[in-house]
Design a protein around this ligand. Structure first.
Ligand code: UDX
Length: 448
């Protein structure tokens, strides 16, 4: 089976590479000629564990190829996946112009039956617009050709994208014809052999599933951040509370980690887009309104703690920020909470030295030379008034505390991801601030 993928961003590239890996012939198309040239030479636009090897291997075996020409890619294909960007517009709604441009281009160039699948996250009802764009392009050519439109949202996580794609919890496919269903069932058969379910449903429901899933996960995070903040005030420890509630299988233990807010390319954008869809239908999604507001506040939390510690004056103090990407194992800086933290520190007159194992180049595109990028976590901390952990990369998990203490102005740590043992740190002479726990349980102290 041959398929075409339009768009070589995160979703497109991972989808293309992984489908080639299980035996499909895949042609990836992108309008960005420089990007395609780099991909042809095995240079990937993103860092994603395992992806490089799969791309190289499948390019060598000619199952995976890259081109800028949709016309050259389409002949012989049974399906085209649209995986181009849907950036947020001014009002938060997903901007569909690139999706519709590709749909229309397919209509201009296709010559055989195709299933035209949206893989990008698109609002409910987009399939209708995609269908119209294809139909209009075909009728401009005076061609009558059979095709189907389908929706197949992607649930992969950055940093674990290859694994998520190859071992999906579920594959969601929205179709409205038996032929489209059959084509996509055949394409995903290698995954079904491993017992992963494919869920066929109507197209609008598939489109909605993606937003509803991401918004639910974002809700869990904001809920936990809210409860964590209350724990901090009331003398409880969110880590204990998290374990206590997560062991109820109805709740489950994943995605209950408080922190300095969710970031990335999906949650912030998808929550906003779903809110906007609600507004378009005259329906206010009240929980999601709160989810978003809590997240905005949470991104300021570490900065507020720092300011409080220094009685409001941090001018000319140096702060070390450990971790920049929105989460570990990715160089993605989109909506990274570290950016909000760093900008607030700079505005308050402080200086910042940051270290991240892979995202410093990306971060420089956002921060320019407003901060120093250090060679490692220790040099970032030299003469620092405090270390602020923004992203829980493994490399930060077990620092040489004595070395760190000797480098810093004073041993002070703000842990934005609750990865450190506060009791151990206090013993070593550090002043420690985490999320959702007050310094040495106040309530216990009151009862002594
Ligand atoms: C997410 C979804 O998980 C994925 O299914 C969808 O396809 C795209 O969006 P991703 O953005 O790659 O994936 O990251 P994810 O691992 O889900 O984390 C999102 C954000 O939530 C990160 O900023 C992370 O730090 C934060 N997070 C996650 C928490 O603050 N606490 C948690 O318990 C989990």
């Amino acid at each position: 089976m041959k398929i075409v993928i339009a768009g070589t961003g995160y979703v497109g590239l991972v989808t293309g590479a992984c489908l080639a890996e299980v035996g499909t012939e895949v042609v990836c198309v992108d309008v960005d000629a420089a990007k395609i040239a780099r991909l042809q030479n095995g240079i990937l636009p993103i860092y994603e564990p395992g992806l490089q090897e799969i791309v190289m291997r499948n390019q060598e075996s000619r199952r995976l190829s890259f081109t800028t020409s949709m016309a050259a890619a389409l002949p012989g294909a049974e399906a085209v996946f649209i995986a181009v960007g849907t950036p947020p517009g001014e009002d938060g709604s997903a901007d569909l112009q690139y999706v519709l441009q590709v749909a229309s281009q397919i209509g201009q160039l296709m010559d055989q039956y195709l299933v035209i699948v949206t893989k990008s996250t698109v609002p409910v009802g987009t399939a209708v617009h995609v269908n119209r764009a294809v139909k209009e392009a075909l009728s401009a050519r005076h061609r009558i050709l059979d095709y189907d439109v389908a929706s197949n949202p992607e649930f992969l996580k950055e940093g674990a994208a290859v694994n998520d794609f190859l071992k999906p919890d579920r594959i969601v496919v929205g179709v409205n014809t038996a032929r489209a269903r059959q084509t996509l069932e055949q394409l995903y058969r290698p995954f079904l052999l491993n017992g992963h379910p494919i869920l066929f449903m109507d197209i609008a429901s598939a489109e909605m599933t993606k937003y509803a899933a991401n918004a639910m996960l974002a809700t869990r995070i904001s809920y936990m951040n809210d409860i964590a903040n209350l724990c901090g005030l009331a003398g409880a420890d969110i880590n204990q509370v998290r374990k206590g509630i997560g062991s109820d299988p109805r709740i489950g233990k994943h995605f209950l980690y408080p922190g300095i807010g969710y970031g990335g390319s999906c949650f912030p954008k998808d929550v906003k887009a779903l809110l906007q869809t609600g507004r378009e239908y005259g329906y206010q999604l009240r929980i999601l309104d709160a989810v978003e507001a809590i997240n905005e506040d949470q991104k300021q939390l570490l900065f507020r703690k720092v300011l409080r510690h220094f009685d409001g004056d941090i001018s000319n103090k140096k702060f070390a920020v450990w971790g920049l990407s929105f989460k570990p194992n990715t160089d993605d800086m989109r909506e990274a909470p570290s950016l909000v933290l760093i900008r607030s520190l700079l505005e308050a007159g402080a200086t910042v030295s940051a270290y991240d194992p892979v995202a410093m180049k990306e971060a420089a595109a956002y921060l320019g030379n407003s901060i120093t990028f250090a060679d490692d976590m220790y040099s970032a901390a030299e003469n620092a008034a405090a270390v602020l952990l923004a992203t829980e990369w493994n490399t930060f998990r077990m620092p040489d505390w004595l070395r760190l203490r000797s480098l810093m102005q004073s041993p002070l740590l703000f842990d934005g991801r609750n990865i450190y043992d506060d009791v151990q740190l206090v013993k070593l002479g550090f002043t420690y601030y985490g999320i959702g726990k007050s310094a040495a349980s106040t309530i216990d102290a009151l009862m002594r």
